[in-house]
Design a protein around this ligand. Structure first.
Ligand SMILES: Nc1nc2c(c(=O)[nH]1)N[C@H]1C(S)=C(S)[C@@H](COP(=O)(O)OP(=O)(O)OC[C@H]3O[C@@H](n4cnc5c(=O)[nH]c(N)nc54)[C@H](O)[C@@H]3O)O[C@H]1N2
Ligand SMILES: Nc1nc2c(c(=O)[nH]1)N[C@H]1C(S)=C(S)[C@@H](COP(=O)(O)OP(=O)(O)OC[C@H]3O[C@@H](n4cnc5c(=O)[nH]c(N)nc54)[C@H](O)[C@@H]3O)O[C@H]1N2
Ligand code: SF4
Ligand SMILES: [Mo]
Length: 696
């Protein structure tokens, strides 16, 4: 039989690139990027390795019941019926005895099923729905909401200057590069702010090689410079900005010289960049989901960046930072797929406060999820109320700082069920493990494709390119089937994935039958994408109805209302821990835990490595490829040295998803931003030593 091309999607990351899967005898034999999708025929190296991912040897084949110790990985296969019965009995048992809030529901990075899952949790009767967004994206969203009242995106296409803060699309995406290159040709200026030399920073007009976690100080210094050079929008400030006099007085101390001390930059470079801002006041700032917020001062740093947008009058103007909306299935589609109603129409009443509410009240007020950084503590301490069971889709405990504590909690909880494609370290702690399938094997509703970047408003229904491997199932089907076993009072969820999708489509204006005939290029009628107004169109959903340089929500919670700068580092002794550790930074051929045990990971960087500057290495008598020990106050890991001038002297960069050298295991679980609860993965102190060949 000839190979047949099936249209599907890569969901290894949420870029959701369209894929043409060549299928022969029920097997995917080749993949190519779909030309009609926004990825325009391209895939990244991970997408091209889709077959590696799909056919990974450690795929979970059947539902499993644990027969050994937690973590030991000893399981016996059971039927779906038996697995569902056990889960339903345990979860309903917890609900009867301790209340619905005694169960914590959690999902890892995957987004496509989140709307269904969130509704499922509500129907179960609790608000204890948590996700990996406890360390990704939400802190940036919070900073936006606290300041301007809504999430924003940089409108690079219409900007004169792009402040590319912590920005490296070469590693995290297949998009943006072409369009950015075209904009540069039309005159767009670019300032890259990144502690490392990257493919992107080398193309910028100015690269400020800043010390990680000191971004707020630089932004405040730029603010001061704009004010001193009268490059601010007085009318806009008068009409729409709250707290300007306090801000002006505060930033006054952030002179280029003082800021140079804080950031490790040279004062003349700061001034050169500030001049570019003065000359190009229509600027867009990238805020990112992770690097700027992975610090103890993350929310305030982002607020300091946003302040520049407001005082210069770029906020909510074409070419500035423009209010936008986001939801998971909508994927920036700028069409309302009605997911919010779908989730909230079954919202439970009389629930207990979400996990983390006491420790992270600002998070709790602004985010409709629990703050998962408090999950292990609540399980272990049982306060303010006990958590007896965890039900997870794709939980990767290793992404948490101080993950030893979470593994301990998972070994103490009464019942733990996990659903994953692969038998991960975390799944090995579960009592019941369910096998999920990949995007190639499932039906899926997909809204938009990075719609606001490409101005496409499309929704489509994807049919499986191949049937699910082994006995695996789609998460959406798992949730609907489990809803029946749990006897949830939710007929819609119990009616299945298609019925739920049909309900969500109400606002889009296409029927499910029509949806099945659409393709990636079918434009759908929907809400017009929000266009930048004249600073006012969106309205400011803040307590004062203005852009808040002094946040009244932060003030109410006892935090400093100004976007203040304070050090992001831990309090360890600099004499003992002289180097700065930044744990994160993507590698193009890794995706969190997803390519562990697969071939491509080994191809490009076969061993776990720490990036060190050769100057530091010389002092420490370390050569390329030497075995080293990296120690923080929380412990040590062993890996190899990679000497590179891309990092500055004094800095050590380690990727977070090496299973044999798990950097998150040496980050204290208490090293968090008190406003968002986000881990300070990227600002720690450490010590590096050469060790004998034998790795512990
Ligand atoms: N030190 C440090 N730590 C970090 C970061 C950092 O920069 N530095 N980054 C943080 C950030 S930004 C993020 S987003 C997180 C990453 O978040 P994680 O949640 O760790 O992400 P993954 O490992 O991609 O996915 C979690 C699990 O989901 C499974 N999975 C994949 N697809 C599916 C599916 O369709 N269904 C189901 N049921 N399971 C699936 C995967 O096999 C995996 O086991 O890590 C955070 N941790
Ligand atoms: N290949 C690949 N792509 C991914 C992922 C992956 O694991 N692998 N993960 C996905 C996820 S979940 C996320 S959240 C995104 C994250 O994607 P990005 O936001 O691109 O995150 P990083 O690559 O961690 O950081 C981007 C740049 O910020 C710099 N940086 C680090 N710390 C700081 C800092 O304190 N200040 C400044 N100014 N710059 C800093 C880094 O050196 C890096 O060059 O990527 C997504 N895409
Ligand atoms: S960027 Fe790469 S990993 Fe992400 S969806 Fe596209 S091909 Fe897949
Ligand atoms: Mo992330």
């Amino acid at each position: 039989m000839e190979a047949e091309i099936k249209k599907t999607v890569c969901e290894i990351c949420l870029n959701n690139c369209g894929v043409d899967a060549w299928v022969k005898d029920g097997k995917v034999v080749k993949v190519e990027g779909s030309r009609e999708c926004p990825n325009r025929g391209k895939l990244c190296v991970k997408g091209y390795a889709s077959r590696d991912y799909l056919y990974r040897a450690d795929r979970i084949r059947t539902p499993l019941r644990r027969v050994g110790e937690r973590g030991a990985g000893k399981f016996e296969p059971i039927s779906w019926d038996e697995a569902y019965r056990i889960i339903a009995e345990k979860l309903n048992g917890c609900k009867r005895e301790f209340g619905a809030d005694s169960v914590a529901f959690y999902t890892g990075y995957s987004k496509w099923y989140r709307t269904m899952f969130h509704r499922f949790v509500h129907s179960f009767g609790t608000l204890n729905y948590g996700t990996e967004s406890s360390s990704c994206f939400q802190a940036m969203r919070m900073a936006n909401i606290l300041t301007g009242g809504s999430l924003t995106r940089p409108d690079i296409a219409n900007a004169d200057l792009f402040l590319a803060w912590a920005y490296n699309p070469f590693y995290n995406s297949v998009y943006h590069d072409d369009s950015l290159a075209a904009l540069r040709e039309k005159g767009l200026k670019v300032i890259a702010v990144d502690p490392r030399t990257t493919q992107f920073s080398q193309r910028a007009d100015i690269h400020l090689k800043i010390k990680a976690g000191t971004d707020g100080a630089l932004a405040l210094c730029f603010g001061n410079y704009l004010i001193e050079h009268d490059a601010i929008d007085h009318d806009y400030i008068r009409q729409h900005v709250h707290g300007y006099p306090e801000y002006r007085d505060y930033v006054h101390t952030f002179t280029p010289e003082y800021t140079a001390e804080l950031t490790g930059l040279r004062a003349e470079d700061i001034i050169r960049a500030a001049e570019l801002l003065v000359q190009n006041r229509r600027f867009a700032i990238s805020l990112g989901a992770a690097p700027l917020t992975h610090h103890r001062n993350g929310v305030q740093n982002i607020r300091a960046l946003l302040a520049l947008s407001a005082i210069s009058g770029s906020y909510d103007r074409p070419g500035g930072n423009v209010p936008t909306e986001f939801s998971d299935p909508q994927m920036n589609a700028d069409c309302d797929v009605g997911d919010e109603t779908f989730i909230q129409e079954v919202r439970p009443k009389n629930t207990k406060p979400k996990i983390g509410s006491e420790r992270f009240p600002v998070w709790s007020e602004l985010v409709d999820e629990f703050q998962a950084m408090d999950l292990s503590r609540q399980i272990l301490e049982g306060t303010p109320y006990p958590i007896k069971a965890v039900f997870a889709l794709g939980m990767n405990a290793r992404m948490f700082p101080g993950n030893g504590k979470l593994f301990e909690a998972l070994s103490k909880v009464d019942f733990f069920a996990d659903t994953d494609i692969f038998l991960t370290d975390t799944a090995k702690y579960a009592d019941i493990v369910l096998p999920a399938c990949t995007s190639f094997e499932r039906s899926q509703f997909q809204g938009g494709f990075m719609g606001h970047y490409f101005n496409t408003m499309t929704v489509r229904w994807l049919e499986p390119a191949i049937p699910p491997l082994y006995e695996s199932k789609s998460d959406a089907d798992i949730l609907c089937e489990l809803a029946n076993y749990l006897e949830l009072d939710d007929p819609l969820l119990r009616a299945g994935h298609e019925a739920c999708t049909q309900r969500m489509l109400r606002k889009v204006g296409v029927t499910f039958a029509e949806l099945k005939t659409t393709s990636a290029t079918t434009k759908i009628p929907g809400k017009e994408p929000y266009r930048a107004g004249d600073n006012t169109a969106f309205g400011y959903a803040t307590p004062t109805g203005k852009f808040e340089l002094t946040s009244e929500i932060l003030r109410r919670h006892g935090f400093d209302p100004l976007p203040i700068y304070h050090s992001s580092e831990d309090e360890s002794d600099p004499a003992q821990y002289p180097l700065k550790l930044t744990a994160g930074g993507r590698l193009p051929y890794h995706f969190h835990s997803r390519f562990q045990n697969s071939a491509i990971k080994k191809t490009f960087r076969p061993e776990s490595m720490a990036d060190l500057n050769p100057k530091d290495a010389r002092k420490l008598k370390i050569q390329q490829g030497d075995s080293i020990r990296v120690t923080t106050t929380a412990g040590s890991i062993f890996l190899k040295a990679n000497l590179t001038h891309t990092v500055e002297p004094g800095a050590v960069f380690i990727y977070q998803d090496y299973p044999d050298a798990d950097v998150n295991s040496i980050i204290s679980p208490e090293h968090l931003d008190p406003i968002s609860g986000f881990p300070g993965y990227r600002s720690l102190r450490c010590r590096v030593e050469r060790v004998k060949e034998v790795l512990a």
